[in-house]
Structures are given as C-alpha cells and as structure tokens.
Write a protein that binds this ligand. Structure first.
Ligand code: PGA
Length: 242
C-alpha cells in the first residue's frame, strides 16, 4: 500500500485527480471505476478543471460506478446517477452511453448484477478504481460480513451506513438496500485509489492499514492488492501507529 498523507481534502483532490487525468491522457479509452459520497467531490472538481484547461478528452472513456440505492428513482436528487452527473459527468465531454450504473430499480437483481459484471468484463476490466471508505470500513456498499463478497449483489445497508448517509434524505426515508460491486471485483481493478478524509474515518483507516485482513473490515482486503494508493488527510491518519 502506498500511503500519502496531505494536509487538506483540497490538496488530496488535486493529487488524486492527477492520477485519473494522467490515465485518460495516456490511455484515452480507459475504464474507470467511480465512487460517490462527499469524499470524491474535490477530486471530481479537479478532473473537471483539467478537462476545462484543454488537451484531454473523455469521449472514449468508460465509467462504472460502484453502487446504487435500490428503489430510488434515477432522477431523485440522491440517486448516485444524479450525483455523478452533477458532480462530474455534466462538466466533461464523456458520452452518456459510456457511463454505467447498476440499476437499483430492477425487478430482477440477480440478472441485473450479472449484466453489470459481464459488461465490466467485456470492457476489459477496470483500469483505476476510485474508493471512499465508510465509518465501518465498507468499500462500495460491502458492509462488514463473514466472508468477502465476489461479484455485484444486493446488500442490506447497516445502521452505521444509514446513520452516515441519512443526512442527505431530508424529505423521503433513505433506502435500506443497495446494489453494489463485490469485493473480489473491486480487487480485480488494475489500480485502486482510496481517499479518506476527516476524523470519523480514523478508526476505519487504522483497521484497514494496520489490522488483520478480515471481511469484518472490508477495506482491509486492499492490503493484498499490488497497486493501491491511499490518500489521507491528517485527521483520517491520526490513529495510525507507523
Ligand atoms: P463519504 O462516504 O465519502 O460520504 O464519507 C464514503 C463511503 O461511504 O464509502
């Protein structure tokens, strides 16, 4: 694990964005795995900034998002489909047919998950996967469990995740289920970039980096990935011993 500790979330946004825009420059038809939540917003702002400065196109880039809530209309302000368009895609020249999501409104979750996994495989797999981390060390919506998951699946969100994300749902109740890529699938990305900022992430970060590899700390599996960069601000890094 390559661990980079910077002072602010803004600085991390600049550095993390560089990894993605360099990939797009060097490999214009790359496949990116993307994440939602508050953490990647500065990264997305900086990807848009580099795009606006010119010399880079996303026309041949494909993206696959990690997860999506179940039973939330695509157009809802809290769907990850809406989040990604508002925070990133609307500011790029990426083609709508090249941005991909799990369909949380499907009536056949199993078939939908298989479709998504097959599409990622047919696209050649993910070149760089961006991740945040939950307060409970989830990645995607892979909550603490007895076993590491494999491909995409439907998950019941834990109380910890509902507590962390319900602030965004001011009118309607937050969905209790989501579809998410699985852990083994995330691990098959050629490169992984994980960002954690703020004091609430400190314990999860310590367990991910310094604890044993266990499905109870889903992000700890990243210790076994051979190309992972972890960006931390000082608060998120505050419980690390080394
Ligand atoms: P956050 O979510 O970026 O909103 O903290 C991260 C996550 O749950 O993976």
């Amino acid at each position: 694990m390559k661990i980079i500790i910077l002072k602010t979330a803004e600085e991390i946004g600049v550095e993390a964005a560089k990894i993605f825009t360099d990939e797009v420059k060097n490999n214009p038809s790359c496949v990116l795995g993307l994440a939602t939540g508050a953490t990647p917003i500065p990264t997305y702002k900086n990807i848009q900034k580099t795009f606006n400065e010119g010399g880079i196109t996303f026309k041949d880039v494909k993206t696959y998002n990690l997860d999506e809530y179940c039973d939330l209309p695509k157009a809802d302000k809290n769907s990850y489909y809406t989040f990604m368009h508002e925070q990133l895609f609307n500011g790029l020249d990426i083609l709508e047919e090249n941005v991909h999501f799990l369909d949380g409104n499907t009536t056949d979750c199993e078939a939908e998950c298989k479709r998504y996994d097959d599409e990622i495989n047919n696209a050649g797999g993910i070149d760089i996967q961006l991740l945040g981390i939950g307060n409970n060390a989830h990645i995607g919506f892979n909550e603490p469990a007895d076993e590491f998951t494999t491909g995409s699946f439907k998950v019941k969100l834990t109380d910890s995740t509902i507590e962390a994300n319900k602030i965004y749902f001011d009118e309607n109740p937050m969905p209790r289920y989501a579809l998410t890529m699985g852990i083994k699938q995330i691990m098959s990305a050629k490169k992984v970039v994980l960002i954690a900022t703020g004091p609430k992430k400190a314990e999860a970060v310590r367990n991910m980096i310094e604890g044993p590899v266990t499905a109870q700390v889903p992000a700890s599996i990243l210790q076994e990935h051979n190309d992972v960069v972890i960006f931390l601000d000082e608060d998120a890094a505050s419980l690390l011993k080394k």
